[in-house]
Write a protein that binds this ligand. Structure first.
Ligand SMILES: [Zn+2]
Length: 194
């Protein structure tokens, strides 16, 4: 490390200790040229989680937005806040495990659905039904808000908005099939819509 006094590049570490919080290490160094002492700090680089959106842009993963989305999906469902918080924690942990800390929005949606499926079927279907147009988290939250509004207005209408053509043998499979057209198909659809 370059000596701040004389600019020499070699030094020896004379003392090394971890901070009380354990988030950094402080090292006392002595310059091998001028023998003066200086301090350096070493800390873990915090790599943010990044979502790669369909349009190729990146946005930082926002825990609050995910929480909001899941709260909406679980609205009026027998799912406790603590369970939702756990789920957000699990999703975040799974993202942190990824070496690149980056995830495609589509993949993130699948991951969320995967977790949600085991939690509450209605919440899962609500999520799944807005997932097709899911571009990023704010977009998803807006879509869910729209859906919940419709649900409230429609009274007893069931929430699922599954394609009629989808076989209804097993609900979650049908939903999954309706929601995960191949990338080529969905691109074609988007193009046609324009
Ligand atoms: Zn020096």
């Amino acid at each position: 490390m370059r000596c701040p006094f004389c600019g020499h590049l070699e030094d020896k570490v004379v003392d090394s200790r971890e901070s009380r919080e354990g988030d950094s290490i402080r090292r006392r160094r002595e310059c091998l040229s001028c023998a003066r002492r200086f301090t350096s700090y070493e800390r873990v680089e915090e790599v943010p989680l990044v979502i790669l959106k369909k349009d190729g842009r990146r946005e930082p993963f926002d825990r609050q937005k995910l929480m909001k989305g899941l709260l909406l999906a679980c609205q009026k469902r027998p799912v406790s806040l603590a369970r939702i918080e756990d789920l957000v924690g699990d999703i975040q942990a799974r993202l942190m495990e990824r070496p690149d800390r980056e995830i495609r929005s589509r993949e993130l949606g699948e991951l969320i659905m995967d977790e949600l499926k085991g939690l509450d079927q209605v919440a899962y279907v609500r999520f799944a039904s807005v997932y097709r147009d899911f571009k990023d988290l704010p977009d998803f939250v807006r879509a869910l808000e729209g859906l919940m509004h419709k649900e409230a207005a429609g009274g007893s209408d069931p929430p699922p908005r599954v394609k009629p053509s989808a076989p209804v043998t097993e609900p979650s499979t049908a939903v999954a099939r309706a929601l995960f057209p191949t990338e080529a198909e969905s691109t074609a659809k988007r193009t046609r819509r324009k």
